[in-house]
Design a protein around this ligand. Structure first.
Ligand SMILES: CC(C)=CCC/C(C)=C/CC/C(C)=C/CC/C(C)=C/COP(=O)(O)O
Length: 294
């Protein structure tokens, strides 16, 4: 028996809500027309006499409202309006300059991300590039980087090498921690056109802000540029790799553009933290004790 359609909170939708929410561009769909509705919500929340239910429903597209508890069922014209929102929630729809700017940015973000998600499925316009994008996904995944660093650390026979690799491990763990905490706090859903077929994920990876791959790529490339003496072409390749990993996240439909942009910013800043707290046998001898005993 087919399971009933559900709203964003996982509650079953009524027949009317179900049919209206499944069309692309509808508020509950979160797909093609999501950006359009973000703009409409501005207009509808301004116009006198406009049904406030619509404004609230459209606001549910925002990452914050998706977490909210109001149901999408019962929003059809023939049904009773949902209970009024608390004062705080209604204030969010006030057309302040900042509110309009943020909503417009969000709308552009959703629209652009949908446009760029050309490898989101096998049938997408660039669907044949999907295997290449997935290869890039693995190249920026946490597991290969962590395992490679641990392997290097235990095989390294120089103090300088161990020090760099110990800090690389610290950088990777710091990145995992910060991305996990931010994802859990922000809880922005991945784009509706994403297929959740990612290689090994944590539970917070159902959320998209910020992109863990983008932050790791920015962090790793800054780390490599600062600690590995590379020829110019390899340095250019390193930066290019980070950029392409970020772009591939949007092309695969895993992320919106702002998730990746913030991920890059976060990774860049994380390197500054790692550099500031640089671990060495002098300031963190306990971490190097394993090799001291050999
Ligand atoms: C090996 C050591 C020292 C610790 C292991 C720590 C640990 C819990 C590693 C998990 C690695 C892992 C599964 C990372 C997830 C990477 C991922 C899928 C991120 C999502 O990226 P995004 O770009 O889609 O946000």
């Amino acid at each position: 028996m087919p399971s009933p359609r559900r709203n964003t909170e996982g509650r079953p939708l009524s027949a009317s809500a179900s049919s209206s929410s499944s069309s692309p561009g509808s508020p509950a769909h979160g797909g093609g027309g999501a950006g359009r509705f973000e703009f409409q919500s501005l207009l509808s929340s301004r116009a006198p006499g406009v049904d406030s239910t619509c404004a609230r429903l459209r606001a549910s597209e925002s990452p914050v409202y998706r977490r909210g508890s109001f149901p999408l069922a019962g929003t059809g014209p023939s049904q009773a309006p949902p209970p009024a929102l608390p004062e705080d929630d209604r204030m969010d729809l006030n057309p302040s300059f900042l509110g309009i700017a943020l909503r417009s940015l969000l709308a552009i973000d959703l629209w652009l991300s949908k446009k760029l998600g050309v490898c989101a499925g096998e049938n997408s316009s660039w669907g044949s590039m999907r295997p290449l994008m997935k290869l890039l996904e693995i190249s920026g995944h946490g597991i290969p980087w962590l395992l490679g660093t641990l392997y290097g650390l235990f095989r390294s026979d120089s103090w300088a090498g161990r020090e760099v690799l110990m800090n690389l491990l610290f950088a990777l763990l710091l990145d995992l921690l910060l991305v996990t905490v931010i994802k859990a706090l922000v809880r922005r859903r991945r784009p509706a056109h994403n297929q959740m077929d990612m290689f090994v994920t944590l539970s917070v990876d159902k959320y998209s802000f910020p992109s863990g791959h983008a932050s790791r790529a920015a962090l790793m490339s800054r780390f490599i540029l600062n600690h590995l003496v590379l020829a110019i072409p390899l340095r250019v390749l390193t930066v290019l790799w980070a950029f392409i990993v970020g772009l591939s996240r949007v092309m695969l439909g895993r992320h919106n553009v702002t998730d990746v942009a913030f991920g890059f910013f976060l990774g860049y800043m994380q390197y500054s933290i790692v550099d500031y707290c640089w671990l060495s046998p002098h300031n963190a001898p306990a971490l190097f004790v394993l090799w001291n005993q050999q």
